[in-house]
Design a protein around this ligand. Sequence first.
Ligand code: SAH
Length: 235
Amino acid sequence: MNLVLLYQDDFVSEGLVRLSGRRLEHIRSVHRVKVGDELTVGLLDGKIGKGRLLTLANDCLEMQVELKETPPAKLPLTLVLALPRPKVLNRVIAAATSLGVSRIYLVNAWRVEKSYWKSPRLAEENLLLQRLLGLEQAKDTQLPELHLRRLLRPFAEAELPDLAAHTLALVAHPGALEPCPRNLEQPVTLAIGPEGGFIPAEIELLVRSGFQAVDLGPRILRVETAVAALVARLF
Ligand code: SAH
């Protein structure tokens, strides 16, 4: 972690935090800190700054923190992502968070295996943890929204038109006639398909909801690579 995320509950008094558990273990084993050392810290959904280690014991550490800087700006980007298979899910959520995505919708699609929706990785707790890890990686504090939508059609008909409105709404689809645009300034809503891709009826549904299909070139990328390539190209 390049930044230690802090929560309001960590504060034992003004400017003094006490940490245990995952963050303590990580700071101890990876940062190998000693009393007096400084670490980059940030308050969840708040400012970032420095923390100076005051005490380090087996079960907790204490830091004096000063939080003055604003976190990096989020991208004006909503991702609509066909639910990836469980092994890939954690990486995709953490990477999308690190890249600065503002909002993520995990949606169903024809080629999403039903069993993926039963994965324990979809537990609220895990989806939060992956976003926290993504924030810590990118020195960010602003948690992206994450929503699950288990039925694509009602979501596409009831919610997607509003999400797409006032944004450039794109669906990445290999072989689409339009190339994916570059270096945009405006907000974007971006749909990315499952490993097997969106089926034609889903592309039509998305187009009816205001999306345009765009192509990234002749190489078919894995979902996690496609997310990174698309974000880097769009902004
Ligand atoms: N098997 C599918 C590809 C799925 S790749 C096929 O051959 O069509 C998973 C998702 O990543 C796609 O649905 C798309 O959203 C995105 N993607 C990967 N490579 C892409 C490319 N070259 N152009 C556009 N989208 C791409």
